[in-house]
Write a protein that binds this ligand. Structure first.
Ligand SMILES: Cc1cc2nc3c(=O)[nH]c(=O)nc-3n(C[C@H](O)[C@H](O)[C@H](O)COP(=O)(O)O)c2cc1C
Length: 350
């Protein structure tokens, strides 16, 4: 049904217009408590065998929504009602900013991929703070992904991230330092250990000072050289971070300027996950994102050592109940393998 709606209707409209319409519809749903609760009962993962714990947070299922959809924390609880086990909101910057000029979001339908150069369009940390304080009505794990304000120079990047962290860490189930989006000039330079160390040290101090010590993760690009993946992993262990999210979008493609996500990213994302697992074992929580399309993909990431898995482009092509469907299939798979909990699959082939 969704395939038909997508091929006959949605793909004829500008991708960003469809995106904003979807966010608005979900933001409306977020304000309808009864419907939201009914959907949550019907589609959220409720099977105890799917529960996963990571860095002291309990997730109802391993598959969450990656950053970039709910940039302003407008509809996380509605997204959770459709079956996602967590929602990462953002990227949020300390100051509001409009992002890059349109068009900046492109579908590559035959490749099941998307290219975006949104550029962290968002209403800023103060607006996100207000939204994150609203009562939610249904249980939802919310990660908050923060990035650098475009006009802030690299030399002041740490202070900019710290400003966002001060506001948002107390409201987040976990906090993510995003240094890997390709659409803010110079942002990915911050992945160099010499720049990343002071940045993560400063943000961690803020995250550690919240009443319940907010877990801190760093999100990396798939385009890092293998030695640089290792270096970031070592740094994350050394600084006592809680985890790594791998990966963001790739700039290695021949299309429009921007980051590529979806199916073409699958192989490299899995490769980075395997490398991280080999390097850090279970000393960090690994969150795998990039090209996840179905339950087979989620399972493969878990076996390779991810505790949590995220998707975004797969949802665009898979339809509103994509995550709910995958969680149901994972439930069956856990039982088929004679497991009591999906956590038994984590790292099995690593
Ligand atoms: C339209 C779009 C916007 C995105 N915006 C962000 C963002 O603001 N911050 C971020 O960390 N990642 C962002 N991403 C990257 C995703 O979170 C994810 O890491 C990447 O798309 C790979 O997953 P996928 O192949 O399942 O989409 C964005 C991706 C897309 C498609």
């Amino acid at each position: 049904m969704y395939r038909l709606v997508f091929s006959q209707v949605l793909r004829r409209f500008d991708a960003e217009a469809v995106h904003h319409l979807t966010v608005s519809a979900l933001a409306l749903l977020a304000r309808l408590p009864l419907l939201k609760r009914l959907l949550h009962q019907a589609f959220a993962p409720h099977d105890p065998a799917l529960r996963v714990s990571a860095f002291g947070v309990h997730f109802p299922g391993p598959l969450g929504l990656a950053a970039g959809f709910d940039k302003d924390a407008a509809c996380a609880e509605a997204v959770a009602s459709l079956g996602f086990g967590h929602v990462e909101v953002g990227t949020i910057t300390a100051h509001a900013q409009p992002g890059n000029p349109r068009p900046r979001l492109f579908r590559l339908v035959p490749e099941r991929a998307v290219i975006n150069r949104m550029g962290f369009n968002n209403a800023g940390a103060v607006a996100a703070d207000r939204r994150l304080r609203r009562t939610r009505g249904v249980p939802v794990v919310v990660g908050v992904n923060i990035g650098k304000t475009k006009v802030v120079p690299e030399s002041e990047a740490t202070a900019d991230y710290v400003a966002s962290a001060r506001r948002l860490a107390p409201l987040a189930d976990y906090l993510v330092v995003n240094v890997s989006s390709p659409n803010t000039p110079g942002l990915r330079n911050l992945q160099a250990v010499s720049l990343l160390r002071p940045l993560l040290t400063a943000v961690k101090e803020v995250a550690d000072a919240t009443p319940r010590r907010t877990p801190l993760l760093v999100k990396i690009a798939p385009d890092l050289a293998d030695e640089d993946v290792d270096a970031v992993a070592e740094l994350a262990v050394e600084l006592g971070l809680d985890g790594i999210i791998a990966t963001n979008t790739t700039i290695r493609h021949g299309g429009e300027t921007g980051g590529l996500s979806g199916r073409p990213l699958k192989a490299r994302s899995l490769e980075v996950l395997r490398r991280l697992r080999a390097k850090v074992g279970d000393r960090l929580t690994l969150v795998s994102a990039g090209g996840v399309e179905d339950a087979d993909d989620v399972w493969e990431r878990l076996l390779a050592g991810a505790t949590l898995v995220q998707g975004y482009t797969g949802w665009i092509y898979g339809g509103p109940l994509w995550a709910s469907r995958i969680h149901r299939q994972l439930s069956r798979r856990v039982r088929r393998h004679g497991m009591k909990s999906i956590t038994e699959a984590i790292g099995r082939t690593s």
